[in-house]
Design a protein around this ligand. Structure first.
Ligand code: 2P0
Length: 361
């Protein structure tokens, strides 16, 4: 796609007034993983993800022309002040200043909450940054009547990416690609709805997130990404990510579940193999992560039910399966897997249709 950073710098001026907007934006789970970046959160390889539904962030934004000389920012998490999360939002707002110059003229109140527990190990950066980016785009929309819906979501994805790379993939439903790839229109600057045919089975796929460890990760994703810089396998990894994205194309088109399982599990283990071979090396899986993987493989062999797994940058396991097996897999989770989950907790989710504008009240 022939767009550059400059394409997102406003070349119009609108008149500022006060307003309110609220958005619900989902988390996503990568099937081809983003691991390794350069510049301002630009990916070293293309990735593709399922947009989720039930794991989401709801953010409301109130804005008004600034009352003092400095613009005032207020941040509330679940109705209360939260300096740590507030700092992340404010530093995001600083980083996007060139693309939203009107922000320095406004006072802002950001009020946000997640549907999933904060310390569940489910990354809140994808849903959180995308929800905030959508709220900011609602401000831009109020200033620029010529903004089309396509431009709205594209720039929301562009801004969300600057907040957190994976957030760029939360702006559309179904399958979403981020990063250039020879077979597609994809961009490194923002996510795009997956452009090739997708079989119905992947439009309602299930993701049961098994919460293995809710503790703080020892190594953040940002540090993990950074360790790819001098990683001996980095170049091979980037090539394989592109190949796996190509290999997914007929799999998605034909509803080839066996092909899906093969690529998605290889990607998950490759991500963690990269962590284990970084310098310094680290392991984010826990014993129960491996125990769950073994149970999934045994159940698949015995039952022929096509359950598979993927992993994020953490110990939790995402159990992926077609919706027609929901009842049987639910029994499997309750009888065999729940014992490996911290406090027996898991979250049932599925492929969703993307962000939603909420009523302001
Ligand atoms: C992904 N992950 O594709 C990969 C796979 C985790 C494992 O992107 O530094 O929070 O904010 O761009 O997006 C997690 O990293 O990192 C991530 P930043 P992000 O979803």
């Amino acid at each position: 796609m022939n767009l550059s950073n400059e394409s997102f710098v406003p070349n119009w001026s609108g008149s500022l007034s006060e307003g309110k907007a609220a958005w619900k934006s989902p988390s996503n789970i990568a099937l081809v993983k983003y691991w390794g970046k350069h510049g301002i959160q630009l990916p070293n390889n293309p990735s593709v993800s399922f947009t989720l539904n039930n794991c989401n962030t709801q953010t409301s934004l109130q804005w008004s022309p600034k009352a003092g000389t400095d613009s005032k920012r207020t941040f509330l998490f679940e109705g209360e002040k939260n300096p740590e999360f507030g700092q992340k939002s404010f530093s995001f707002i600083e980083k996007i200043a060139d693309y939203a110059p009107w922000l320095k003229e406004l006072d802002l109140i950001i009020d946000t909450k997640n549907t999933f527990p904060h310390s569940s190990g489910i990354a809140s950066s994808a849903s959180g940054m995308s929800a905030l980016a959508l709220g900011l785009m609602s401000i831009e929309e109020s200033l620029n009547a010529d903004l089309s819906q396509d431009e709205f979501f594209q720039k929301a994805s562009f801004l969300a990416r600057i907040g957190s790379g994976s957030a760029s993939r939360s702006l559309y439903g179904g399958l979403v690609q981020w990063g250039t790839h020879k077979e597609s229109i994809g961009s490194d600057l923002f996510g795009t709805a997956y452009e090739h045919p997708v079989h119905d089975v992947f439009k309602t796929y299930r993701d049961t997130v098994l919460l293995v460890d809710r503790g703080q990760k020892q190594v953040s994703s940002t540090v993990g990404h950074g360790l790819l810089k001098d990683h001996p396998f980095a170049d091979t990894r980037y090539q394989l990510a592109g190949k796996n994205l190509s290999a997914f194309r007929p799999v998605f088109a034909n509803g080839d579940i066996d092909g899906f399982i093969d690529i998605v599990e290889r990607e998950a283990l490759m991500l963690h193999a990269l962590m284990m071979t970084s310098n310094p090396y680290f392991i984010l899986m826990k014993p129960n992560t491996l125990a769950i993987i073994e149970q999934i493989w045994a159940y698949r062999n015995e039952s022929n039910i096509p359950v598979s797994f993927t992993l994020d940058a953490g110990a939790n396991v995402h159990l992926l399966f077609p919706s027609e097996y929901e009842q049987k897999v639910s029994e499997f989770v309750d009888s065999e897997l729940v014992g490996y989950c911290q406090n027996k907790q898991y979250i049932c989710d599925h492929v969703g249709s993307g962000p939603e504008r909420l009523n302001n009240d």
